[in-house]
Design a protein around this ligand. Structure first.
Ligand SMILES: [Zn+2]
Length: 382
């Protein structure tokens, strides 16, 4: 328990906010019962939260069976906001949400071709101001910004240690944005952010232990253990899945990313066509497979098999309640899942498999920006 009254107050405040997460409406009495806090403690904190505009009284609940007054329900405010940014190499998406997590507005724009920090920061600030203006919001009501970025990101310091897409090293994007925007900024690696987005908006809302696999041009992964995102790196894409000498950009051979990523699919197709002709995108190759191209179909089948094999290793290892497959590949579910599930079932212990559900993300292109909104909301609630 917290050591002094001020620490205890901050902790209890977080506990109350967290109970109201996601638009849940509870009365003061319910909060005090759930959190095992005195009614007086809850009452004092709630009146602070109401005067700060973070919590609102939203109506009346059911009266107790024994009778008495109907309790007043409390919920997180719809008049305070967070903004999420998903900064991709090609596209930057932004979304505005209230504190309950209702996304109100958002858009996507091409990311600046000039990838210098100055230029990218300017673009983000511009998108921020446009969104605030378009929605007629006072800037003081925006209480946090969440940012999803590719590469090695240290969430604690806000430092991007390495971003291959932007060619940044040791760039503290959080501080740069914080200086320009003035609101608290939280930044994390895109795959961890997408996993978090699944727990708020997607298919992992009731998950406690989760493996999230982001299969795009590369392959990333994130783990959630006991309801908390695991902040260490999780390089699922670099598990060796074949003895074939297929080199991976990490310097090793036979990695999952070298045989099942969007890039691997494009490379395999190009080689199947004798290394001549145009370089087709994974999306085009998917369409060719759907139109009966045997090479394309075989390549997606192989990629599915490798994914199924590596997912079975992770599931045998930590038996999550759910595995979510997201990223660009989630749009090729029809081409991958048969071979993926076959190989997964073949290699995962039955008793373990019974306790793990495997699902494909339904958030599509919105996964990153929804995750960024969730990141800002989570930082506020913590
Ligand atoms: Zn590798």
């Amino acid at each position: 328990m917290a050591g002094n009254p001020e620490q205890a107050r901050i902790l209890n405040r977080c506990l109350i906010l967290t109970q109201l997460k996601g638009g849940k409406a509870l009365s003061r009495v319910e909060l005090s019962k759930i959190l095992d806090l005195s009614k007086m403690t809850v009452s004092v904190i709630v009146s602070d939260l109401i005067s700060e505009g973070l919590v609102a009284e939203v109506g009346e609940g059911e009266a107790a069976r024994s009778g008495g007054r109907k309790p007043i329900l409390l919920a997180l405010s719809k008049n305070k906001y967070v903004i999420g940014f998903d900064i991709g190499e090609a596209t930057t998406s932004v979304a505005l949400s209230d504190l309950q997590g209702n996304v109100i507005d958002g858009c996507s724009l091409s990311t600046s071709k000039d990838k210098t920090p100055d230029c990218i920061v300017r673009q983000i600030v511009e998108q921020y101001r446009n969104l605030v203006e378009a929605n007629n919001i006072d800037e003081s009501t925006v209480i946090g910004i969440g940012v999803s970025a590719a590469g090695l990101v240290d969430k604690e310091t806000g430092n991007i240690l390495f971003s291959p897409d932007f060619n940044w090293k040791n760039l503290n994007l959080r501080n740069l944005l914080n200086l320009r925007i003035g609101q608290p900024v939280t930044i994390d690696n895109c795959t961890r952010v997408m996993a978090l987005g699944e727990t708020w908006y997607g298919v992992a809302q009731s998950s406690v232990n989760l493996l999230y696999v982001n299969v795009g041009y590369g392959i990333g992964s994130a783990l959630m253990i006991g309801g908390k995102l695991y902040n260490n790196n999780s390089e699922f894409g670099h598990i060796r899945v074949t003895n074939k000498d297929v080199s991976c950009h990490c310097g090793k051979e036979g990695c999952l990313e070298a045989v099942a990523s969007g890039y691997a699919i494009e490379k395999a197709y190009h080689q199947a066509k004798g290394g001549r002709g145009v370089w087709n995108s994974a999306k085009d190759i998917a369409d060719m497979a759907r139109n009966g191209d045997k090479d394309a179909t075989g390549i997606f089948n192989d990629a599915g098999r490798y994914l199924g094999r590596s997912i079975s290793m992770a599931v045998n290892l930590f038996n999550p309640d759910k595995v979510v497959i997201g990223g660009g590949i989630s749009l090729a579910e029809d081409l991958l899942m048969t071979s993926l599930l076959e190989e997964y079932r073949r290699n995962t212990m039955d008793v373990i498999r019974d306790k793990t559900l495997l699902e494909v993300s339904t958030l599509g292109q919105k996964a990153g920006v929804r995750g960024a909104v969730a990141l800002a909301l989570d930082s506020f609630l913590e």
